[in-house]
Design a protein. Structure first.
Length: 485
Protein backbone atom coordinates (compact mmCIF):
# COMPACT_ATOMS: atom_id res chain seq x y z
CA UNK A 1 0.00 0.00 0.00
CA UNK A 2 1.40 3.38 -1.00
CA UNK A 3 0.98 7.02 -0.04
CA UNK A 4 -1.52 7.40 -2.83
CA UNK A 5 -3.55 4.52 -1.52
CA UNK A 6 -3.73 5.99 1.90
CA UNK A 7 -4.44 9.55 0.92
CA UNK A 8 -7.23 8.28 -1.30
CA UNK A 9 -8.58 5.88 1.27
CA UNK A 10 -8.21 7.65 4.56
CA UNK A 11 -11.58 6.47 5.69
CA UNK A 12 -11.67 3.03 4.21
CA UNK A 13 -10.23 1.47 7.33
CA UNK A 14 -12.24 3.47 9.79
CA UNK A 15 -14.49 0.67 10.86
CA UNK A 16 -14.44 0.40 14.60
CA UNK A 17 -13.56 -3.15 15.40
CA UNK A 18 -15.70 -3.15 18.50
CA UNK A 19 -18.75 -3.67 16.34
CA UNK A 20 -17.08 -6.15 14.09
CA UNK A 21 -18.25 -9.48 15.33
CA UNK A 22 -21.80 -9.05 14.19
CA UNK A 23 -22.47 -7.07 11.09
CA UNK A 24 -25.39 -5.06 9.95
CA UNK A 25 -26.49 -7.41 7.26
CA UNK A 26 -28.81 -9.51 9.34
CA UNK A 27 -30.92 -6.56 10.33
CA UNK A 28 -31.74 -5.65 6.78
CA UNK A 29 -32.61 -8.88 5.07
CA UNK A 30 -36.39 -8.72 5.04
CA UNK A 31 -36.73 -7.74 1.39
CA UNK A 32 -40.38 -7.09 0.47
CA UNK A 33 -41.59 -9.96 -1.68
CA UNK A 34 -42.63 -7.58 -4.47
CA UNK A 35 -39.03 -6.48 -5.09
CA UNK A 36 -37.19 -8.89 -7.38
CA UNK A 37 -33.95 -10.17 -5.92
CA UNK A 38 -30.84 -8.77 -7.58
CA UNK A 39 -29.55 -12.37 -7.76
CA UNK A 40 -31.17 -15.51 -9.05
CA UNK A 41 -31.79 -18.38 -6.64
CA UNK A 42 -29.11 -20.30 -8.49
CA UNK A 43 -26.58 -17.48 -8.05
CA UNK A 44 -27.29 -17.33 -4.33
CA UNK A 45 -26.70 -21.09 -4.06
CA UNK A 46 -23.46 -20.74 -6.00
CA UNK A 47 -22.30 -17.89 -3.76
CA UNK A 48 -22.68 -20.16 -0.73
CA UNK A 49 -20.73 -22.89 -2.50
CA UNK A 50 -17.97 -20.44 -3.33
CA UNK A 51 -17.77 -19.26 0.25
CA UNK A 52 -17.52 -22.79 1.65
CA UNK A 53 -14.97 -23.79 -0.96
CA UNK A 54 -12.84 -20.70 -0.25
CA UNK A 55 -12.81 -21.40 3.48
CA UNK A 56 -11.75 -25.02 2.88
CA UNK A 57 -9.03 -24.30 0.30
CA UNK A 58 -5.33 -23.58 0.75
CA UNK A 59 -4.81 -22.45 -2.86
CA UNK A 60 -4.49 -18.75 -1.96
CA UNK A 61 -2.00 -19.53 0.79
CA UNK A 62 0.10 -21.63 -1.59
CA UNK A 63 0.14 -18.73 -4.06
CA UNK A 64 1.28 -16.14 -1.54
CA UNK A 65 3.81 -18.63 -0.19
CA UNK A 66 5.30 -19.04 -3.66
CA UNK A 67 5.38 -15.30 -4.31
CA UNK A 68 7.00 -14.44 -1.00
CA UNK A 69 9.20 -17.48 -0.28
CA UNK A 70 10.15 -18.82 -3.71
CA UNK A 71 10.34 -15.55 -5.62
CA UNK A 72 10.91 -13.11 -2.79
CA UNK A 73 10.94 -9.29 -2.80
CA UNK A 74 9.46 -7.91 -6.03
CA UNK A 75 10.45 -4.29 -6.34
CA UNK A 76 9.45 -2.79 -9.68
CA UNK A 77 12.14 -3.29 -12.32
CA UNK A 78 13.79 -6.20 -10.48
CA UNK A 79 14.40 -9.69 -11.83
CA UNK A 80 12.05 -11.01 -9.14
CA UNK A 81 9.25 -8.72 -10.30
CA UNK A 82 9.69 -10.17 -13.79
CA UNK A 83 9.73 -13.70 -12.41
CA UNK A 84 6.50 -12.97 -10.55
CA UNK A 85 4.88 -11.71 -13.74
CA UNK A 86 5.80 -14.95 -15.49
CA UNK A 87 4.65 -17.06 -12.55
CA UNK A 88 1.21 -15.48 -12.21
CA UNK A 89 0.68 -15.54 -15.98
CA UNK A 90 1.48 -19.26 -16.09
CA UNK A 91 -0.77 -20.02 -13.09
CA UNK A 92 -3.71 -18.15 -14.59
CA UNK A 93 -3.21 -19.98 -17.88
CA UNK A 94 -3.20 -23.26 -16.01
CA UNK A 95 -6.58 -22.28 -14.53
CA UNK A 96 -7.92 -21.94 -18.05
CA UNK A 97 -8.01 -18.14 -18.22
CA UNK A 98 -7.21 -16.04 -21.31
CA UNK A 99 -4.00 -14.32 -20.24
CA UNK A 100 -2.48 -11.07 -21.51
CA UNK A 101 0.61 -9.23 -20.37
CA UNK A 102 -0.06 -5.52 -20.73
CA UNK A 103 3.11 -3.50 -21.03
CA UNK A 104 3.94 -0.88 -18.40
CA UNK A 105 6.97 1.42 -18.40
CA UNK A 106 8.21 1.51 -14.81
CA UNK A 107 10.82 3.33 -12.75
CA UNK A 108 13.78 1.21 -11.68
CA UNK A 109 15.24 2.29 -8.37
CA UNK A 110 17.66 0.05 -6.49
CA UNK A 111 18.68 0.29 -2.87
CA UNK A 112 22.38 0.36 -2.10
CA UNK A 113 24.27 0.57 1.15
CA UNK A 114 22.60 2.40 3.97
CA UNK A 115 24.50 3.12 7.15
CA UNK A 116 24.56 5.87 9.71
CA UNK A 117 26.36 6.60 12.95
CA UNK A 118 26.51 9.40 15.45
CA UNK A 119 30.06 10.71 15.49
CA UNK A 120 29.53 13.44 18.08
CA UNK A 121 26.95 13.70 20.86
CA UNK A 122 26.76 14.73 24.49
CA UNK A 123 28.38 12.13 26.75
CA UNK A 124 30.13 10.26 23.95
CA UNK A 125 33.08 8.11 25.00
CA UNK A 126 36.20 9.09 23.11
CA UNK A 127 36.88 7.38 19.78
CA UNK A 128 33.47 5.73 19.64
CA UNK A 129 30.40 6.15 17.51
CA UNK A 130 26.79 5.12 18.00
CA UNK A 131 25.02 3.17 15.28
CA UNK A 132 21.74 4.47 13.85
CA UNK A 133 19.43 2.05 12.09
CA UNK A 134 17.75 3.41 9.01
CA UNK A 135 16.68 2.58 5.49
CA UNK A 136 16.59 4.75 2.38
CA UNK A 137 13.21 5.95 1.24
CA UNK A 138 12.16 4.77 -2.20
CA UNK A 139 13.30 7.18 -4.87
CA UNK A 140 15.95 8.74 -2.62
CA UNK A 141 19.07 10.14 -4.21
CA UNK A 142 22.46 9.02 -2.89
CA UNK A 143 24.80 10.80 -0.53
CA UNK A 144 28.30 11.50 -1.84
CA UNK A 145 30.13 8.17 -2.28
CA UNK A 146 32.10 8.77 0.92
CA UNK A 147 28.95 9.74 2.82
CA UNK A 148 28.17 13.05 4.45
CA UNK A 149 28.55 14.27 8.00
CA UNK A 150 26.37 17.02 9.45
CA UNK A 151 24.65 18.20 12.59
CA UNK A 152 21.20 16.76 13.25
CA UNK A 153 18.18 18.86 14.13
CA UNK A 154 14.83 17.41 15.19
CA UNK A 155 11.38 18.79 14.38
CA UNK A 156 8.06 17.23 15.22
CA UNK A 157 6.16 18.57 12.24
CA UNK A 158 6.18 20.89 9.22
CA UNK A 159 5.25 23.94 11.33
CA UNK A 160 8.27 23.48 13.56
CA UNK A 161 10.51 23.18 10.52
CA UNK A 162 9.15 26.39 9.02
CA UNK A 163 9.53 28.27 12.30
CA UNK A 164 13.24 27.42 12.35
CA UNK A 165 13.75 28.96 8.93
CA UNK A 166 16.65 28.62 6.53
CA UNK A 167 19.22 30.00 8.97
CA UNK A 168 18.83 27.07 11.38
CA UNK A 169 18.13 24.37 8.79
CA UNK A 170 20.74 25.00 6.08
CA UNK A 171 23.60 22.51 6.15
CA UNK A 172 21.84 20.22 8.66
CA UNK A 173 20.31 16.78 8.63
CA UNK A 174 16.63 17.25 9.54
CA UNK A 175 14.76 14.52 11.41
CA UNK A 176 10.95 14.68 11.22
CA UNK A 177 9.96 13.03 14.50
CA UNK A 178 6.24 12.72 13.78
CA UNK A 179 4.75 9.84 15.77
CA UNK A 180 2.52 7.22 14.17
CA UNK A 181 -0.60 7.10 16.37
CA UNK A 182 -0.44 3.59 17.78
CA UNK A 183 -3.58 4.03 19.87
CA UNK A 184 -5.58 4.91 16.79
CA UNK A 185 -4.19 1.83 15.08
CA UNK A 186 -5.14 -0.60 17.85
CA UNK A 187 -8.63 0.88 17.82
CA UNK A 188 -8.94 -0.17 14.18
CA UNK A 189 -8.05 3.13 12.54
CA UNK A 190 -4.59 2.16 11.31
CA UNK A 191 -5.20 3.60 7.88
CA UNK A 192 -5.95 7.02 9.28
CA UNK A 193 -2.93 6.92 11.61
CA UNK A 194 -0.80 6.01 8.61
CA UNK A 195 -2.32 8.75 6.49
CA UNK A 196 -1.36 11.38 9.06
CA UNK A 197 2.24 10.25 9.46
CA UNK A 198 3.02 9.32 5.87
CA UNK A 199 2.87 12.95 4.76
CA UNK A 200 6.34 13.36 6.24
CA UNK A 201 7.66 10.50 4.13
CA UNK A 202 6.17 11.96 0.99
CA UNK A 203 6.82 15.67 1.45
CA UNK A 204 9.38 15.95 4.28
CA UNK A 205 12.55 15.67 2.22
CA UNK A 206 11.51 18.43 -0.17
CA UNK A 207 10.33 20.69 2.66
CA UNK A 208 13.73 20.29 4.35
CA UNK A 209 15.60 20.60 1.05
CA UNK A 210 13.92 23.92 0.29
CA UNK A 211 15.41 25.32 3.49
CA UNK A 212 18.91 24.10 2.64
CA UNK A 213 19.05 20.82 4.61
CA UNK A 214 21.65 18.33 3.33
CA UNK A 215 19.60 15.22 4.15
CA UNK A 216 16.19 14.36 5.59
CA UNK A 217 15.23 11.60 7.98
CA UNK A 218 11.78 10.60 9.08
CA UNK A 219 10.63 8.59 12.05
CA UNK A 220 9.46 5.30 10.55
CA UNK A 221 5.78 5.26 9.70
CA UNK A 222 4.48 2.24 11.53
CA UNK A 223 3.22 0.89 14.76
CA UNK A 224 5.66 -1.63 16.20
CA UNK A 225 8.88 -1.55 18.14
CA UNK A 226 11.64 -4.10 17.41
CA UNK A 227 13.83 -1.31 15.95
CA UNK A 228 12.60 -1.92 12.40
CA UNK A 229 12.90 0.83 9.79
CA UNK A 230 9.93 1.18 7.40
CA UNK A 231 10.65 2.18 3.82
CA UNK A 232 8.20 3.65 1.32
CA UNK A 233 8.24 6.11 -1.53
CA UNK A 234 9.20 9.75 -1.10
CA UNK A 235 8.06 12.32 -3.64
CA UNK A 236 10.50 15.06 -4.50
CA UNK A 237 8.84 18.34 -5.41
CA UNK A 238 9.85 19.77 -8.77
CA UNK A 239 10.94 23.06 -7.20
CA UNK A 240 13.07 21.62 -4.38
CA UNK A 241 16.65 20.39 -4.28
CA UNK A 242 16.74 16.57 -4.10
CA UNK A 243 18.42 15.57 -0.85
CA UNK A 244 19.09 12.04 0.45
CA UNK A 245 16.15 10.70 2.45
CA UNK A 246 15.82 7.81 4.89
CA UNK A 247 13.58 6.46 7.63
CA UNK A 248 15.13 5.81 11.04
CA UNK A 249 13.52 3.37 13.45
CA UNK A 250 11.16 4.75 16.09
CA UNK A 251 13.79 3.90 18.71
CA UNK A 252 16.52 5.82 16.89
CA UNK A 253 14.18 8.78 16.44
CA UNK A 254 13.64 8.73 20.22
CA UNK A 255 17.41 8.56 20.77
CA UNK A 256 18.01 11.59 18.57
CA UNK A 257 15.13 13.50 20.11
CA UNK A 258 16.68 12.83 23.52
CA UNK A 259 20.28 13.77 22.65
CA UNK A 260 19.79 16.82 20.43
CA UNK A 261 18.44 19.12 23.19
CA UNK A 262 21.52 18.26 25.29
CA UNK A 263 24.07 19.57 22.80
CA UNK A 264 25.41 19.20 19.27
CA UNK A 265 24.77 15.83 17.62
CA UNK A 266 26.57 15.02 14.38
CA UNK A 267 25.76 12.09 12.12
CA UNK A 268 27.68 10.37 9.39
CA UNK A 269 25.26 9.13 6.73
CA UNK A 270 25.91 6.91 3.73
CA UNK A 271 23.19 6.04 1.21
CA UNK A 272 24.03 4.65 -2.22
CA UNK A 273 20.74 4.03 -4.04
CA UNK A 274 20.57 4.35 -7.81
CA UNK A 275 17.84 5.45 -10.16
CA UNK A 276 18.39 3.28 -13.23
CA UNK A 277 16.76 3.91 -16.63
CA UNK A 278 13.04 3.09 -16.80
CA UNK A 279 12.29 -0.56 -17.46
CA UNK A 280 9.60 -2.54 -19.25
CA UNK A 281 7.25 -4.54 -17.04
CA UNK A 282 3.68 -5.78 -17.16
CA UNK A 283 0.27 -5.94 -15.56
CA UNK A 284 -0.83 -9.56 -15.68
CA UNK A 285 -4.44 -9.90 -16.88
CA UNK A 286 -6.40 -13.16 -16.87
CA UNK A 287 -9.98 -13.35 -18.16
CA UNK A 288 -12.60 -15.93 -17.33
CA UNK A 289 -15.11 -15.13 -20.05
CA UNK A 290 -18.68 -14.35 -19.11
CA UNK A 291 -21.50 -16.48 -20.49
CA UNK A 292 -24.05 -13.71 -21.12
CA UNK A 293 -22.10 -10.43 -21.20
CA UNK A 294 -18.52 -11.38 -22.03
CA UNK A 295 -17.74 -7.76 -22.95
CA UNK A 296 -18.58 -6.59 -19.42
CA UNK A 297 -15.76 -6.98 -16.92
CA UNK A 298 -15.53 -7.41 -13.15
CA UNK A 299 -11.94 -6.92 -11.97
CA UNK A 300 -10.44 -8.71 -8.95
CA UNK A 301 -6.91 -7.57 -8.20
CA UNK A 302 -3.89 -7.01 -6.00
CA UNK A 303 -0.45 -5.60 -6.70
CA UNK A 304 2.39 -7.89 -7.64
CA UNK A 305 5.27 -5.54 -6.93
CA UNK A 306 6.47 -5.12 -3.34
CA UNK A 307 9.09 -3.26 -1.38
CA UNK A 308 12.49 -4.89 -1.26
CA UNK A 309 13.18 -5.19 2.49
CA UNK A 310 10.75 -8.03 3.21
CA UNK A 311 9.20 -10.56 0.86
CA UNK A 312 5.94 -8.75 0.14
CA UNK A 313 3.66 -11.30 1.78
CA UNK A 314 1.06 -8.99 3.33
CA UNK A 315 1.83 -6.12 0.92
CA UNK A 316 0.61 -7.38 -1.41
CA UNK A 317 1.24 -11.00 -2.28
CA UNK A 318 -1.92 -11.70 -0.26
CA UNK A 319 -4.02 -9.46 -2.50
CA UNK A 320 -2.77 -11.16 -5.65
CA UNK A 321 -3.31 -14.60 -4.13
CA UNK A 322 -6.93 -14.04 -3.09
CA UNK A 323 -7.69 -12.61 -6.53
CA UNK A 324 -6.22 -15.68 -8.24
CA UNK A 325 -8.25 -17.80 -5.85
CA UNK A 326 -11.51 -16.22 -7.03
CA UNK A 327 -10.86 -17.56 -10.54
CA UNK A 328 -9.57 -20.88 -9.26
CA UNK A 329 -12.69 -21.55 -7.18
CA UNK A 330 -15.08 -20.63 -9.96
CA UNK A 331 -13.26 -23.10 -12.21
CA UNK A 332 -13.05 -25.80 -9.57
CA UNK A 333 -16.79 -25.61 -8.95
CA UNK A 334 -17.51 -25.52 -12.71
CA UNK A 335 -19.39 -22.24 -12.36
CA UNK A 336 -19.68 -19.75 -15.17
CA UNK A 337 -20.07 -16.03 -14.40
CA UNK A 338 -22.48 -14.08 -16.61
CA UNK A 339 -19.96 -11.26 -16.96
CA UNK A 340 -16.23 -11.71 -17.49
CA UNK A 341 -14.17 -12.09 -14.33
CA UNK A 342 -10.81 -10.39 -14.88
CA UNK A 343 -7.94 -11.15 -12.51
CA UNK A 344 -5.31 -8.39 -12.52
CA UNK A 345 -1.90 -8.48 -10.84
CA UNK A 346 -0.80 -4.85 -10.95
CA UNK A 347 2.77 -3.66 -11.38
CA UNK A 348 4.35 -0.67 -9.64
CA UNK A 349 1.78 0.23 -7.01
CA UNK A 350 4.48 1.04 -4.47
CA UNK A 351 6.58 3.55 -6.35
CA UNK A 352 4.73 5.16 -9.18
CA UNK A 353 1.34 3.51 -9.87
CA UNK A 354 2.45 3.07 -13.48
CA UNK A 355 0.38 -0.12 -13.83
CA UNK A 356 -2.91 1.41 -12.77
CA UNK A 357 -2.32 4.49 -14.91
CA UNK A 358 -1.32 2.49 -17.99
CA UNK A 359 -4.40 0.25 -17.63
CA UNK A 360 -6.75 3.25 -17.50
CA UNK A 361 -5.09 4.74 -20.60
CA UNK A 362 -5.08 1.47 -22.54
CA UNK A 363 -8.73 0.79 -21.69
CA UNK A 364 -9.98 4.38 -21.97
CA UNK A 365 -12.45 3.44 -24.72
CA UNK A 366 -13.82 0.58 -22.69
CA UNK A 367 -14.58 2.19 -19.34
CA UNK A 368 -18.33 1.71 -19.74
CA UNK A 369 -17.81 -2.05 -19.97
CA UNK A 370 -15.95 -2.10 -16.67
CA UNK A 371 -18.90 -3.16 -14.56
CA UNK A 372 -17.05 -3.21 -11.22
CA UNK A 373 -13.51 -3.40 -9.87
CA UNK A 374 -12.09 -4.83 -6.65
CA UNK A 375 -8.63 -4.60 -5.13
CA UNK A 376 -7.29 -6.19 -1.96
CA UNK A 377 -4.34 -4.23 -0.58
CA UNK A 378 -4.67 -4.03 3.18
CA UNK A 379 -2.88 -7.19 4.23
CA UNK A 380 -4.42 -10.51 5.09
CA UNK A 381 -6.16 -9.78 8.39
CA UNK A 382 -9.64 -11.09 9.16
CA UNK A 383 -12.15 -9.42 6.79
CA UNK A 384 -15.15 -7.72 8.33
CA UNK A 385 -17.13 -7.05 5.19
CA UNK A 386 -17.10 -5.05 2.00
CA UNK A 387 -16.18 -1.44 1.23
CA UNK A 388 -18.13 -0.02 -1.72
CA UNK A 389 -17.70 3.30 -3.51
CA UNK A 390 -21.23 4.04 -4.75
CA UNK A 391 -23.83 4.71 -2.06
CA UNK A 392 -26.75 3.33 -4.05
CA UNK A 393 -25.02 -0.06 -4.24
CA UNK A 394 -25.77 -0.97 -0.65
CA UNK A 395 -29.14 -2.62 -1.20
CA UNK A 396 -27.71 -4.74 -3.99
CA UNK A 397 -24.95 -6.00 -1.68
CA UNK A 398 -27.18 -6.97 1.22
CA UNK A 399 -27.87 -10.54 0.06
CA UNK A 400 -24.10 -10.95 -0.40
CA UNK A 401 -23.37 -9.57 3.06
CA UNK A 402 -25.89 -11.98 4.54
CA UNK A 403 -23.90 -14.89 3.11
CA UNK A 404 -20.55 -13.43 4.16
CA UNK A 405 -21.82 -12.90 7.68
CA UNK A 406 -21.24 -16.62 8.25
CA UNK A 407 -17.50 -15.94 8.33
CA UNK A 408 -17.86 -12.64 10.21
CA UNK A 409 -17.68 -10.47 7.09
CA UNK A 410 -21.19 -9.07 6.94
CA UNK A 411 -20.50 -5.35 7.31
CA UNK A 412 -21.20 -3.05 4.36
CA UNK A 413 -19.23 0.18 4.46
CA UNK A 414 -19.52 3.09 2.09
CA UNK A 415 -16.01 4.40 1.32
CA UNK A 416 -15.73 6.86 -1.53
CA UNK A 417 -12.36 5.52 -2.64
CA UNK A 418 -13.00 1.85 -2.03
CA UNK A 419 -11.07 -0.21 -4.51
CA UNK A 420 -7.41 0.58 -3.98
CA UNK A 421 -4.74 2.79 -5.48
CA UNK A 422 -4.27 0.86 -8.71
CA UNK A 423 -7.98 1.23 -9.45
CA UNK A 424 -7.94 4.97 -8.70
CA UNK A 425 -7.75 6.03 -12.35
CA UNK A 426 -10.69 3.75 -13.24
CA UNK A 427 -12.89 4.57 -10.24
CA UNK A 428 -12.32 8.27 -10.98
CA UNK A 429 -13.93 7.60 -14.36
CA UNK A 430 -16.98 6.16 -12.63
CA UNK A 431 -16.20 2.44 -12.35
CA UNK A 432 -17.68 1.24 -9.02
CA UNK A 433 -14.89 0.18 -6.65
CA UNK A 434 -14.92 -2.52 -3.97
CA UNK A 435 -12.49 -3.93 -1.42
CA UNK A 436 -12.64 -6.20 1.60
CA UNK A 437 -12.72 -4.37 4.94
CA UNK A 438 -9.65 -5.87 6.65
CA UNK A 439 -8.58 -5.94 10.27
CA UNK A 440 -5.35 -3.93 10.03
CA UNK A 441 -4.51 -3.66 13.72
CA UNK A 442 -1.11 -5.33 13.18
CA UNK A 443 -0.65 -4.52 9.49
CA UNK A 444 1.39 -1.37 10.11
CA UNK A 445 3.77 -3.19 12.45
CA UNK A 446 5.28 -4.96 9.46
CA UNK A 447 4.26 -2.87 6.46
CA UNK A 448 7.26 -1.92 4.27
CA UNK A 449 9.74 -3.57 6.66
CA UNK A 450 11.99 -6.61 6.55
CA UNK A 451 9.30 -8.34 8.61
CA UNK A 452 6.68 -8.39 5.84
CA UNK A 453 7.07 -12.15 5.49
CA UNK A 454 4.82 -15.16 5.07
CA UNK A 455 4.56 -16.01 8.77
CA UNK A 456 2.50 -12.82 9.28
CA UNK A 457 -0.35 -14.39 7.34
CA UNK A 458 -2.82 -16.56 9.24
CA UNK A 459 -4.00 -19.16 6.70
CA UNK A 460 -7.59 -19.12 7.97
CA UNK A 461 -7.78 -15.32 7.71
CA UNK A 462 -6.36 -15.38 4.18
CA UNK A 463 -9.02 -17.93 3.23
CA UNK A 464 -11.68 -15.64 4.74
CA UNK A 465 -10.41 -12.82 2.55
CA UNK A 466 -10.51 -15.10 -0.47
CA UNK A 467 -14.13 -15.92 0.39
CA UNK A 468 -15.07 -12.23 0.50
CA UNK A 469 -13.36 -11.54 -2.82
CA UNK A 470 -14.70 -14.61 -4.64
CA UNK A 471 -18.27 -14.22 -3.36
CA UNK A 472 -18.42 -10.46 -3.99
CA UNK A 473 -16.87 -10.67 -7.45
CA UNK A 474 -19.07 -13.56 -8.55
CA UNK A 475 -22.16 -11.80 -7.22
CA UNK A 476 -21.29 -8.66 -9.18
CA UNK A 477 -20.57 -10.69 -12.29
CA UNK A 478 -24.02 -12.31 -12.02
CA UNK A 479 -26.03 -9.29 -10.85
CA UNK A 480 -29.37 -9.18 -12.64
CA UNK A 481 -29.29 -5.43 -13.13
CA UNK A 482 -26.79 -2.61 -13.79
CA UNK A 483 -24.79 -1.15 -10.92
CA UNK A 484 -25.41 2.50 -10.10
CA UNK A 485 -22.36 4.58 -11.12
ZN1 LIG B 1 0.20 -2.38 -1.08
Amino acid sequence: MSIQTILNRRFVFSIALVCASHGLAQESTSTPTATPSPYSAQTLTELKQLQQAALASDYAYRQVAHLSNNIGPRLTGSAQAQKAVEYVAAELKALGLEVQLEKVTVPHWVRGEETAALVEYPGMAEKTTQKIILTALGGSVATPASGLTAEVIVVRNFDELQSLGREKVAGKIVLFDYHFDKLMAVQGHGGEAYGEAVRYRGDGPSAAGKLGAVAALIRSVGGAEYRLPHTGQTNYAKDAPRIPAAAVTAEDADLLASLVPQGPVRMRLLLTPQQLPDAVSYNVIGDLKGSEHPEEVVIVSGHLDSWDLGTGAIDDGAGVAVSMQAANLIQQLHLRPKRTLRVVAWMNEENGLAGGKAYAEDHANDVANHFAAMETDGGAGHPLGINYSTKETKGLLEPVAKILQDSGAGILNFAEFAGGADLGPMTKLGVPGFSPIQDNRTYFHYHHTAADTLDKIVPRELAENAAVVAVTAYALANLEQPLPR
